[in-house]
Design a protein around this ligand. Structure first.
Ligand code: EPU
Length: 366
């Protein structure tokens, strides 16, 4: 995907950006429209594509030469742009597009296989490949947009699974000293939509993710809707591929296809509040959707947004998706300000009504 120009769900035409194929060079005024699934029209003042590890060294030398550190220049590693909001028409940050490709089986024993995957591979393609080979662990994460390198950054999750469940380690290049490092899953400090890579200054560029997958399939049926959809299937007939297909079906039924309607998945994280706060709200709103989260409660952001009247409500060509209130859809916005102010209106309304702070899930890049 990525090279089609859409308007209101119709393909208008296809376009090509030859710039994207030139690795290891600094370029200017690069069009970012094809590089974000929210379909924001923006330009990168400075843009660099990484197609090999040698390109990372060129980038390191460039940053040193241009003194980017001292200038406080932000660096943003871009995968498929499926969790990114370019928050201005001209983006100041140096955009580093990751085109590293390849997957290698690096080890196996009786129970597990270890697969080393380059950051620029599409996550959904890799998940399908694991399922087709009968490896288990990632099947519940089928059909998620984005690249492999982006997956650990916010520890993507869906249908009762988080990517951390299958990550052995992560390799990155550090632009501060020009060295490669490998960190274990534990050192990544994964939590709900969080890892140590989430709020760093952009200098740590993920190059590979090493996955640890099971050879024997274990069905993760903790998500009710998924478990229900297999109620009539014999346990022994369930395979990773069948689960991946079912998850894809469920996702397609609820979430808009970004090739037709610009979006970047969940626009907000599900907020966590104290049990006391939850009990006070539950006394008023007895249908409030919430889940235990240690000593606290995780509240469904979709429910909060729906309750505030934003589900399906369009303002200036922006709206929350009618089938899933957590997905902000760009129906053809020219001005990014409309998207930002729509999101702010939601945050303000939820705060006023429930005294809960909603936090956006995608990265805002300036
Ligand atoms: N709900 C509503 N209104 C809605 C939609 C949902 O009230 O419009 C309530 C329903 O009761 C539903 C509950 O919220 O049972 C939870 O909904 P859902 O299962 O769709 O999950 P979610 O919490 O809204 C999270 C992830 C999604 C992931 C789904 C499925 C976050 C921020 N989002 O959404 O991830 O696909 O679970 O597991 O945690 C993404 O991160 O981009 C993403 C799509």
């Amino acid at each position: 995907m990525g090279n089609e120009i859409f308007k209101n769900g119709r393909i208008l035409r296809k376009r090509r950006n030859a710039d994207l194929e030139k690795n290891g060079m600094l370029r200017h005024d690069v069009d970012l429209y094809m590089l974000n699934t929210l379909k924001i029209k923006a330009k990168a003042k400075d843009f660099f594509t990484i197609g090999s590890e040698a390109d990372l060294l060129s980038l390191y030398n460039l940053c040193k030469r241009e003194n980017f550190n001292k200038q406080g220049k932000k660096i943003f590693a871009l995968g498929e742009g499926s969790n990114t909001v370019f928050a201005g028409r001209e983006v100041d940050a140096l955009i580093v597009k990751i085109n590293l490709k390849g997957r290698y089986l690096v080890n196996h024993d009786n129970e597990y296989v270890w697969v080393d995957v380059a950051a620029g591979e599409l996550f959904r393609d890799f998940v399908l490949w694991t399922c087709e080979n009968g490896f288990s662990g990632l099947e519940n994460l089928a059909a998620i947009y984005g690249t492999v390198g982006a997956a650990p950054v916010q520890n993507i999750g869906a249908y009762g699974c988080e990517v951390r469940d299958c990550i052995d380690s992560v390799r990155y290049f550090d632009l501060n000293d020009g060295q490669f490092y490998t960190v274990s899953a534990e050192e990544c400090k994964f939590a709900y939509r969080y890892s140590v890579f989430k709020y760093q200054d952009g200098s740590k560029i993920i190059t590979n993710v090493i996955f640890k997958l099971k050879k024997n399939f274990v069905f993760n049926d903790s998500y009710e809707a998924l478990a229900k959809s297999f109620a009539n299937v014999k346990k022994t007939d369930i395979t990773p591929l069948l689960v991946a297909k079912k998850v894809t079906e469920i996702r397609n039924g609820k979430l808009p296809d970004p090739r037709k309607f610009g979006n970047c998945g969940s626009f907000f994280k599900n907020p966590v509040i104290s049990k006391e706060h939850y009990n006070n709200l539950k006394a008023i709103y007895d249908d409030m959707v919430a889940f235990e989260d240690g000593d606290n409660m995780k509240i469904s952001a979709a429910w909060l947004i729906e309750r505030c009247g934003f589900k399906g409500k369009k303002i200036n060509n922006v709206g929350m998706y009618p089938k899933q209130a957590l997905i902000l859809v760009n129906y053809g916005v020219e001005n990014i300000g409309y998207i930002i102010s729509y999101a702010e209106e939601i945050i303000k309304t939820v705060k006023l009504k429930f005294d809960i702070d909603l936090v956006p899930e995608p990265h805002y890049v300036y």
